[in-house]
Design a protein around this ligand. Structure first.
Ligand code: 4NP
Length: 146
């Protein structure tokens, strides 16, 4: 079974969306994969995803409201086959922390683009943009690895 973990900074906006989207695609297509998410930072450990991420997921029939933020750790680097960073800083931080099998989500269909952090955008629109980017790249990623 392939194991994939999505990693952003806070694990409350982008990577929980990627986790929810990947799990939804896997369920619909009977893919035998394990999906998780985490943050490089410790700012939000134990917190639920941010309200706008919960909202944009719900509008797309995905429930991420029960997820809880956690920080990525050395055990993840051993356990997961693929570590997917949401942006370039996440990728570099992960490499510094000792992860080896790191790729950027934007490599799967967006020319390596970073998924911007919607936490620092104004309003809901940024979350819709980010949702679509994550959905498209996550779909491509799952097609590629299965
Ligand atoms: P995320 O967004 O990395 O997409 O979860 C962030 C949320 C909160 C913070 C940083 C990024 N923060 O510094 O509190």
């Amino acid at each position: 079974m392939k194991k994939i973990i999505f990693v952003c900074l806070g694990n409350i906006c982008r990577s929980p969306l990627a986790e929810g989207i990947a799990r939804e695609i896997a369920q619909k297509n009977n893919l035998n994969i394990k999906v998780d998410s985490a943050g490089t930072g410790d700012y939000h450990i134990g917190d639920a995803p941010c309200p706008n991420s919960i909202k944009v997921a719900k509008l797309n029939n995905i429930d991420i409201s029960n997820l809880k933020s956690r920080q990525v750790n050395n055990n993840d680097f051993k356990e997961f086959d693929l570590i997917i960073a949401l942006d370039e800083k996440n990728r570099i931080d992960l490499l510094r922390m000792g992860a080896i099998n790191v790729k950027k989500l934007g490599e799967f269909g967006r020319n390596g683009e970073c998924v911007p952090d919607p936490y620092f955008f104004n309003g809901f629109e940024g979350f819709e943009v980010v949702f679509e980017m994550i959905r498209e790249c996550t779909e491509n990623l799952l097609i590629e690895i299965i």
